[in-house]
Ligand binder design. Sequence first.
Ligand code: AMP
Ligand code: ZN
Length: 479
Amino acid sequence: MTLKLFNTLGRKIEDFVPIIPNEVGLYTCGPTVYNFAHIGNLRTYLFEDILRRTLEYLGYSVNQVMNVTDVGHLTDDADQGEDKMMKSSREQGRSVWDIAEFYSEAFFKDLELLNILKPTIVCKATEHITEMIELIKRIEDNGFTYSAGGNLYFDIAKAKDYGKLALLNLQELKAGARIEVDKNKKTPHDFVLWFTRSKFEHQAMMWNSPWGRGYPGWHVECSAMSIKYLGEQFDIHCGGVDHISVHHTNEIAQSEAATGKKWVNHWLHGEFLVLNKEKMAKSSGKFLTLAALLEQGIKPLDYRYFCLGAHYRSQVQFSFEGLEGAKAARANMAERLIHLQGEVEESGAEPGETVPGEKKGAEAEEYLTAFKKNICNDLNTPRALADFWGLLKDNGIQAAEKLKILYEMDKVLGLDIAKFKLQDEEIDEQIKMLIKERELARAEKDFRRADRIRAELNGRGIILRDTPSGTGWRKKQAG
Ligand code: AMP
Ligand code: ZN
């Protein structure tokens, strides 16, 4: 099935065609690690995860690269304001390096909790300064730069199609439509490639370069690292919609200035999560984290479910009522799945195995076809989720077949349904302990003790099921 994706570059839905058959180079702009990721940021990473899972489901081998910005991002994307890392370091009384490490770790923990696949390559800006300097040299050699006031700037007037991603009008830009503070810039949208004259008294992160001791502009890191790991031309680049007009526009300008060729084929952007009609923003300090949701009894996968309910190109209004709805729906899904798993076990069939005398699941395949069609239609997760529900609720389909196809769908949705059983909160502590004891007995190959524990739990109405990811359990049906 052909994957159709909306390309911000050109603003239309296009068939996805990779440069190398069956392989995908995917770059997803990563976090600036000066604070916890907020759930708006996480919505963008969730959409990118659906994209990655869809590509892999379709059989592509995906090389996903994500940067970690630990230097050079000012509070305004267009070179104004304070350095985000330094500001955080000052406020928290810790070194910038400490801040970067702490929040990177917290970020990847959040991704794990949301069942987001880890990028194949994670790269830190501070570990790629040499690559950035090399790239800037190429841009300079090709005549796209000028020095002013101690900084090296990119001259957007030299780029033939600057602003093509954001559909910016260069004539208007030249006229200085925006209020500009930096008097060194020839055109307001010119941007810094290398800073040598730091605005900050205690600039902690500095490196030697042909333009003097200093630090890179924010945009250059994504160009340098993506080119290093994915080559001078690659398939897909993603981020949130806020990156279209400045960050990604500047990434394109400088990358194409360096290489002289088209850089990325498909550009995908996730819409915002909004809070009281305002974009949820890290820099404003008013934002919700995954931990804050947990305090309200909303689990990370409830949030994942909530996000799946909206198309990635639609804005989503945050509300606790909305999240409660997602939580209830997921609990309902879990209950049905636990019941379904029980049915499959009782029938003695493996998921997907047909039990003689029962209806074959041809109709289940139809649900899967619809699911694939929807997910291939620019990642339509709300429709795909509806296909999942349609199949789950369809009583005319044989249980083992149904379960097999639901597992297939979950490869894309990532709700981790195979573990639903292990997450039941009502399990009492004693049963949990017995299951642990039995797992220990099995690890020690004391199968007699393991069997005794199973029999004991069975006597209490608990049926166990061993899977590669752990032991699941369910209560026996009454009657
Ligand atoms: P940052 O760490 O600020 O560089 O942002 C990380 C990612 O989150 C970027 O791709 C942003 O475009 C995205 N982002 C920022 N705010 C929001 C929001 N309110 N909703 C969705 N995505 C966002
Ligand atoms: Zn980037």
